[in-house]
Design a protein around this ligand. Structure first.
Ligand SMILES: *[C@@H]1O[C@H](CO)[C@@H](O)[C@H](O)[C@H]1NC(C)=O
Ligand SMILES: *[C@@H]1O[C@H](CO)[C@@H](O)[C@H](O)[C@H]1NC(C)=O
Length: 288
């Protein structure tokens, strides 16, 4: 009995010593890619205590592991890899390792780590909302939308690239529009940044939203939806501009003026007739 419990105790001690050595650094949790317009960060939790830190390793699928200098034995929970994922058409894997604090070393050969899902920038980065200008021709027959391509976090030869530079022919814009007064939506797809919409009812107010559309991408074909912009309402007839009261007053005034004119002419005519009669009566008298 005694020997057995001793053995068990020894076993326990052994178990704890090895377990605490490899388990002293907690695993990173919720390792997630957050990527907009090719600005790509790996995020995770929890915030580390003073006893450990995190190191990020990434690689092109089946390639060599690399590290970003800012994400080695760091106490942060985010790692900006925008500049590190140089081949945007490639797919990347990444791991967050739990390691000793900066400056400390450890005898461990393998650190606890958590893997991130596979990330392919070209297909997976979210596309931000575009800005656009709205112009209605003077004859009100043509509405034109001028879309600005959102900028990316990518640079080439010192120039910041926009999403048209990256996706070229594959980039389209999806316009969602409706009459301001109705909820029925219509769609229009454009390969150009200058989008002419004809066939809208002239003078009516329409409201527009635009978003990037990348049909070649699987799950993330649509970018973020832009702000809504509405064209002006030019159909305002006289009844819309002036209130009913004003119109009634105007009609009353017009009627009064007409009435006055009629009255004046009637009175005038009577006087003239009288005068003529008097004249006719008077003239023969004079002739006589
Ligand atoms: C991970 O995500 C879960 C669910 O969203 C959350 O409850 C948990 O607190 C997160 N853990 C860390 C360390 O952020
Ligand atoms: C469109 O309708 C909203 C309310 O539905 C209104 O506030 C807005 O002024 C309208 N825009 C135009 C240009 O008529």
């Amino acid at each position: 009995m005694v020997t057995i419990s001793l053995r068990a105790a020894l076993c326990l001690v052994f178990f704890f010593s090895t377990h605490t050595a490899s388990g002293s650094y907690p695993h990173a949790q919720n390792v997630t890619w957050v990527s907009n317009n090719f600005k790509t960060r790996l995020t995770w939790g929890p915030k580390p205590s003073a006893d450990y830190s995190y190191t990020v390793e990434f690689s092109v699928r089946s390639g060599n592991k690399q590290r970003s200098p800012h994400c080695i034995q760091s106490s942060g929970t985010v790692c900006d890899l925008s500049r590190s994922l140089t081949d945007i058409r490639a797919c990347y894997t990444a791991e967050v390792l739990s390691q000793p604090p900066q400056g400390d070393t450890s005898d461990l050969i393998e650190f606890p780590y958590t893997s991130a899902p596979l990330f392919c920038p070209y297909n997976d980065t979210d596309i931000d909302k575009p800005e656009f200008k709205l112009q209605v021709s003077e004859d009100l027959k043509k509405t034109t939308l001028y879309v600005s391509d959102p900028l990316t976090a990518l640079f080439k030869d010192g120039r910041q690239l926009n999403i048209r530079d990256v996706f070229a022919e594959e980039l389209q814009y999806k316009v969602t529009y409706r009459r301001n007064k109705s909820t029925g939506k219509k769609l229009y797809f454009s390969k150009s940044n200058v989008i002419e919409l004809s066939g809208l009812d002239p003078g009516e107010s329409y409201c527009f939203n635009i978003q990037a559309f990348l049909p070649s991408r699987g799950a993330k074909q649509l970018g973020e939806l832009s702000h809504t912009q509405c064209s002006n309402d030019h159909t305002s007839s006289i009844f819309k501009v002036y209130s009913v009261g004003v119109i009634a007053a105007a009609i009353f005034l017009i009627l009064m003026v007409i009435g006055l004119i009629v009255a004046v002419t009637v009175v005038c005519c009577k006087r003239r007739k009288k005068a003529l009669k008097k004249g006719k009566e008077a003239v023969p008298l004079r002739e006589v």
